[in-house]
Design a protein around this ligand. Structure first.
Ligand code: NAD
Ligand code: UFG
Length: 332
């Protein structure tokens, strides 16, 4: 099948391109390289022996995006392109709505015009807001606490309305929990822009000495050791989930939301300890105030993805930390 991957040179997109190619699919990437590098294409080629077709196109540029659809007949689209920094979205909300909502609308309109109606959308567990209980199931109430999260929820609502208006669409809304790790080759991984907001990149940069110490945001939560608990999922597992979701939308006409997580929670200190074990490096830390907006515990019920997609995450946190370290140590 020929798959368009928007944001395909980014962190999750690049790993998904590798898994799509390994599964025999043909990949075309659209990315404006705002948060990724053209060198990712060489890395994908190195891993898979196939260089994907690439267009440096901004999804806000409707004419250029339409041209890509004129040149290719796609079987499905996986839509990653977007901005993802929660804190930044609070400072520049209009930029986030413009890119993540208006950009997506351009894509959906062009897909409709070219009769390409199979879509996998990158949503996030952030759409569950502050869940009342865990594990989180797909039918839990949805709410958001920041503009980034609202752009994800708006996309989900737009796509629900689109499906209602035309049930020949087929859409998977993938709600990721906390992706970490990197490809085992160490050739692709997450390269954070500036000071990392997320835990694992911060731990990794502390381990190589770029940061002095990890700030642990609160140790007084009602959790195993008082620090926040999250569902970390290996990015290669996540990428394989996209291949399954893509094959699902190609063979069904429906709209479904899926949690992509492991179903297991790890605390901040547990993840730090696992990283120290994997890297052999000490990660100094200080306990500081809670970070506003954080929830104590967040992990998925991954049953629906297993039942409908046949997807189950395989890697444990030790593997995730090992692969993150393998990528990080080559970066310095
Ligand atoms: P990323 O920043 O590494 O990748 C996004 C890619 O989209 C980048 O390569 C960027 O250059 C590109 N892009 C951004 N705006 C664009 C535009 N207007 N036109 C074309 N390309 C554009 O991020 P990621 O971690 O790979 O995330 C991919 C998707 O998954 C995003 O939509 C993100 O919101 C979502 N998501 C990520 C996480 C996470 O923790 N990484 C969690 C939940 C959801
Ligand atoms: N944490 C620290 N110190 C840090 C960074 C994080 O202690 O320097 C803690 C947080 O308080 C939290 C845990 O580590 O308890 C995980 O924090 P992250 O920032 O890595 O991840 P979040 O769960 O807060 O958010 C992430 C993405 C969101 C996405 C959400 C959905 O950043 O975009 O997962 O699952 F919406």
């Amino acid at each position: 099948m020929k798959i368009l991957v928007t944001g395909g040179t980014g962190y999750i997109g690049s790993h998904t391109c590798v898994e799509l190619i390994k599964s025999g699919h043909e990949v075309v990437i659209v990315d404006n390289l705002y948060n990724s590098s053209i060198t990712v294409l060489d890395a994908i080629e190195h891993i898979t022996k196939v260089k994907p077709t690439f267009y440096q196109v901004d999804i806000l540029d409707k004419i250029a995006l339409n041209q890509v659809f004129l040149e290719h007949k796609f079987d499905a689209v996986i839509h990653f392109a977007g901005y993802k920094a929660v804190g930044e979205s609070v400072s520049i909300p209009l930029t986030y709505y413009q890119n993540n909502v208006a950009g997506s609308l351009n894509l959906y309109e062009i897909m409709r015009e070219h009769n390409v109606k199979k879509l996998v959308f990158s949503s996030s567990a952030t759409v569950y807001g502050d869940p009342h209980t865990v594990p989180i199931k797909e039918d839990f109430p949805l709410s958001t606490t920041n503009p980034y999260g609202t752009t994800k929820l708006f996309n989900e609502m737009i796509l629900q309305d689109l499906y209602k208006s035309d049930p020949t669409w087929s859409i998977a809304l993938l709600r990721y929990f906390n992706p970490i790790g990197a490809h085992e080759s160490g050739l692709i991984g997450e390269v954070p822009n500036g000071i990392p907001n997320n835990l694992l990149p911060y731990i990794a940069q502390t381990a190589v000495g770029i940061r002095d110490y990890l700030r642990v945001f609160g140790d007084d939560y009602d959790t195993v050791d008082g620090t926040g608990v999250r569902d970390y999922i290996h990015v290669v597992d996540l990428a394989q989930g996209h291949v399954k979701a893509c094959e699902y939308v190609i063979h069904h006409e429906s709209i479904e939301a899926f949690n992509l997580g492991t179903g297991k929670g790890y605390s901040v200190l547990q993840l730090k300890n696992a990283f120290e074990k994997a890297s052999g490096k000490e990660v100094p830390f200080k306990i500081v105030e809670r970070r506003p907006g954080d929830v104590a515990t967040c992990y998925a019920d991954p049953t629906k993805a297993l039942e409908l997609l046949g997807f189950k995450a395989k890697c444990d946190v030790d593997q995730m930390c090992k692969d993150s370290w393998n990528f990080q140590k080559n970066l310095k």
